[in-house]
Design a protein around this ligand. Sequence first.
Ligand code: EZ4
Ligand code: CO
Length: 412
Amino acid sequence: MIIDSAEVIVTSPDRNFVTLKLTTDDGLTGLGDATLNGRELAVVAYLKDHVVPLLLGRDAHRIEDTWQFLYRSAYWRRGPVTMAAIAAVDTALWDLKGKAAGMPVYQLLGGASRTGLLAYGHASGRDLPELFDSIRAHQAQGYKAIRVQTGVPGLKSIYGIASNATYEAMDGVRYDHEPAQRGSLPAEEDWDTRSYLRHVPTVFEAVRGEFGPELPLLHDAHHRLTPVQAAQLGKALEPYDLFWLEDVTPAENQEALRLVRRHTTTPLAIGEIFNTVWDYQQIIREQLIDYVRSAVTHTGGISHLKKVLDYAAQYQIKSGMHGPTDISPVGMAAALHLGLSVHNFGIQEYMRHGARTDQVFQQSFTWQDGLLHPGDRPGLGVELDLDEAGKYPYVQAYLPFNRLADGTVHDW
Ligand code: EZ4
Ligand code: CO
């Protein structure tokens, strides 16, 4: 099974996606997701200029060797661009191996450890009535766990959109199934941490009052807090029994989480912007988190994320793989195969892609009773329709950024 060709496909049905497609001498094709939201073309160049030429003629069965070769031979290690590129190759090779074996990828990873994957969706609203409607709409779609984000009184923008309508009604901005906004400049949003910290516990009190104690609730602080603010928030939310509180601090400073942990038992999830096991070394060893947020797409592929999760398992830390719409259907499929197979699966983030995206990527996963399953087609179970993909050329889009009232740039 020799790699004959490697193509990088950029398509923007509802948002931008970068896909690597490998074809072997026996005519099999494998797909890998390399989408890096807002920096897509950097990965395209990395793949086209520096990876594709190295793949041609290689034995597609040698997944681990290819991973090590791409990681070590570059000399320059880690980083989101490199690791997304390596992830795409790794994922495409697993897809190929599955197809060659006639088995779904999860079988090659050890088989199913469960019947399906608990998934959570994103509910949001400018105020409580809108938020409650959004939670109910998610429950009606079958979601058994829900992330809750709301507007903060006094702030114009809310982080954590579920629907375009919310934003269209607010400021006429079109958000396209993602926080990234199409255009040549990032949108500027406003932020005030004290207002946020006062407001969020009242939201969770109201949600628990309305929806009862059973529903698993999650919240994302999106790197906006200092360690002591994060500790305050975790403590204030304890009565509402969160499934997790996500990205409380910018976790490149991992020691910050020691302080947070000393003050709260609210479970913590971190890592959607991490890209190697090295980023997790301290926070896993010191048991500073409860869930690993990494996606296959951004963390060196199935092979590398499995190593992270196996390490995490020693500390009873579980998976909580990143699954916003900027993970393509190929990246989602990879997450589902990995999640189904590892013992320490926790929960899967799942936002629906738009109808155009579902046309470009033909998928075989199922979504029943709040549980996802990757399906039993050989490989990942996703095929890319090149004609459909060709209808939607790349569109420049950026994630927003924050400024405080005095004009200071703040974490988004
Ligand atoms: O803002 O994926 O938990 N989910 C998130 C996402 C991120 C986007 C960034 O590309 O934080 O919605
Ligand atoms: Co997040």
